[in-house]
Design a protein around this ligand. Structure first.
Ligand code: ADP
Ligand code: MG
Length: 319
């Protein structure tokens, strides 16, 4: 079982990026309106996530570390719903098996902490009150030297996390999110900054325009830059989120590009944020453990809503 859980852990947590992604998604699930992320040495030495979400009951603390003991997927059916980001119930189990791990969580004026060192769970202890949850994962992969050896430099791991937090903040505009690297604040998206303001911060001060397209309970908000003469084709500057989760979807990226090309037919499309909000029943987010890919029940409809939202963002802008 130890080997099996190490292998399973590897699928969920390949590098610090995955740890941070799983933890901020959990904070989101818990209804947090503020999240502070701290990483040292690209997350290899320390990852700490502080949120003001609903917290974890004392009795649920050990369960949170158990594989598949998620509180979120009540039935097998639920596993295929992305109503909440979590539905596999293995992130914390995986992370706590490859790090010096600690959860501190408070509810109703009482707070408890549970530690787990590389899979070895320690007792629950009462602790000074906190409102929300603090998760700490230190010295990642110290029990898996081979994996640690093949990781990139801490500088480049840090770069991946900075990009993750910035992009995540673009598709969760209502959340106040702070990132500190090596104890220095490197990014802060205030809750008063809407997507247009955040996007401009993330993409070097470029001006963004917002457009919306809605149909039958599906809503797509696009924030897109007006192309400047110097802009060149950059597919990775097209950020796509579904219900607050970052996804990769080549065909939706193409929808954005097509919308640009219809308006400005010379190959320029600098940056865009596509925020898709739909009924979770029509998304299957369980395609891959890292959950970057999803399947839509009616992909064609989403495709044309994305196209319309981008086109609407340029309405009246003289293009
Ligand atoms: P999943 O998110 O798939 O349910 P996880 O392993 O990521 O599984 O988390 C296990 C459980 O721990 C969650 O279902 C949730 O009940 C609880 N949990 C984790 N992080 C938080 C948090 N930041 N705030 C409140 N509860 C949390
Ligand atoms: Mg989760």
């Amino acid at each position: 079982p130890e080997v099996a859980s190490k292998i399973a852990a590897g699928e969920v947590v390949e590098k610090p990026f995955n740890v941070v992604k799983e933890l901020i998604e959990n904070s989101c699930d818990a209804g947090a309106s503020k999240i502070i992320v701290e990483v040292n040495e690209g997350g290899l030495n320390k990852i700490k996530i502080i949120d003001n979400g609903k917290g974890i009951d004392k009795d649920d603390l050990p369960l949170a570390l158990e594989r598949f003991a998620t509180s979120k997927a009540a039935t097998v059916e639920d596993v295929y719903s992305a109503a909440t980001f979590g539905f596999r119930g293995e992130a914390l189990a995986a992370i706590s098996s490859v790090s010096d791990f600690k959860i501190t969580s408070g509810k109703d004026g009482k707070a408890y902490t549970i530690a787990c060192q590389y899979g070895k769970i320690c007792d629950i202890k009462p602790t000074a009150a906190v409102k929300g949850t603090i998760i700490e994962a230190d010295r990642l992969f110290e029990n898996l030297p081979a994996r640690r050896k093949f990781l990139k430099s801490s500088k480049s791991l840090e770069g991946e996390i900075i990009k993750l937090i910035k992009h995540f903040s673009l598709i969760n505009p209502e959340i106040d999110i702070i990132l500190k690297c090596n104890d220095k604040e490197v990014y802060h998206a205030l809750s008063s900054d809407d997507t247009v303001v955040r996007a401009s911060k993330v993409f070097n001060g470029k001006a963004f325009c917002k457009g919306v397209a809605e149909y039958a309970g599906k809503k797509v908000t696009a924030c897109a830059t007006l192309p400047a003469a110097s802009d060149r084709l950059k597919r990775d500057a097209i950020i796509i989120g579904v219900n607050g989760r970052l996804i990769k979807d080549a065909s939706l990226v193409q929808a954005v590009i097509n919308a640009y090309h219809r308006l400005i037919p010379d190959g320029r499309f600098p940056a865009a944020v596509i925020d898709i909000r739909i009924n979770p029943d029509i998304v299957d987010a369980n395609v891959h453990p890292a959950k970057l890919e999803v399947r839509f029940v009616n992909a064609g409809e989403i495709f044309s809503l994305v196209n319309d939202a981008v086109a609407n963002s340029f309405k009246g802008k003289g293009v």
